[in-house]
Ligand binder design. Sequence first.
Ligand code: EPZ
Length: 420
Amino acid sequence: MDKLLIQGGARLDGEIRISGAKNSGLPILAATLLAEGPMHICNLPHLNDITTMLALLRCMGVDITIDEKMCVETNTEPMREFTAPYELVKTMRASILVLGPMLARFGEANVSFPGGCAIGSRPVDIHLRGLEAMGATVEVDQGYIRARCDGRLKGAHFFMDTVTVGGTENLVMAAALAEGRTVLENAAREPEVVDLCLCLEAMGAKISGIGTATLTIDGVETLKGCTYKVMPDRIETGTYLVAAAATGGRVKLKDTRADILESVILKLEEAGAEITCGDDWIALDMKGKRPKSVNLKTAPYPAFPTDMQAQFTAMNAIAEGVGTVTETIFENRLIQVHELNRMGANIALEGNTAMITGVKQLKAAPVMATDLRASASLVIAGLVAEGDTLVDRIYHIDRGYECIEEKLQLLGANIRRVPG
Ligand code: EPZ
């Protein structure tokens, strides 16, 4: 297995382009199952999770062509198979997102039950209860979710007990082809949910309340193909902003947006960063200063995103002062603390809160990635540590960060991929 070798100490300085959003591209690729006719999806990031989703669609019979810019054309005409197999679902939980569109379009869907992962048990009970509210029969048999509906799904008024991004996405896609009106209460408002809804509208779906906690969908009989450009990745954007801030450097990120990262930008300004923004770029300058510690608590959008928590934990580890980081979305998403403490950080865990006393210097150490965003926090720690940090199990990183070492090299980091 490849590893990343990082020689710490370089102050990041430069400009890079931000890729399309993984967590928008995945539901939008699932939504292509709803379309009668070809779909063209552009600005997809070249990531393992995206290629896994494409493999999943292909194995169900979707005709897929990809050009050199990762623009994808899909055509569901040849589809004859309505099963998302264990071999693919076990590598990517987001495969569950094909359940709603496949059931709505074809009346049946068999999806391997997605297991938990390092950050939590990741249940899908709300996805399943919502589909049942729309008239589907859902059973779990030999590790598979088997959903069926006679004729079309029926519109329903459904309240989601927990704000769930994937649950909202699955149910919006199912409702788009259901008969009648569906109202989803306590819906997720994440920008990636908005991006999916805008793509569905381009396909002919009738959705109101986009971006709010109440989505109203009036089902239509068919949805047509469309051409859609995936939004920029706000978490990739935030990750490079934090990496620049932690190293006391400066960075300009292009092809991205500031309006979808307000809570993160405000926290970085609290840490002492000077941030300027344009329509499609964000620039950060620390002017060589050490960041100040910040306190944060993760919560559904527009509050501070859980996907940025690990990166800020790493920045707090070397910041001036004491910062607290509270994780409220996933039950086990502070796991990176243990690896950071092995690098000399001073972090105490109290339940779902990390008390982080900033130290002047971390020390390089061989560390192991456990999940996508924890991996990013270890890379950030390696950038500021004294010595050479070797990050193992970086397949986690390759799921969510396109060309991470090339982009960091462009910013002046001493980082390279070494064979395991
Ligand atoms: C999406 O995961 C993202 N993944 C995650 O990003 C992100 O961390 C998460 O949303 C929260 O923002 C993709 O979009 C592919 P949830 P998802 O359903 O949809 C509970 C990354 O690093 N819940 O919003 O799986 C659940 O246990 C990944 O890019 C139920 O109880 O997350 C959790 O506590 C990691 N029942 C909370 O809701 C359900 O049926 C939020 O989970 C569904 C969820």
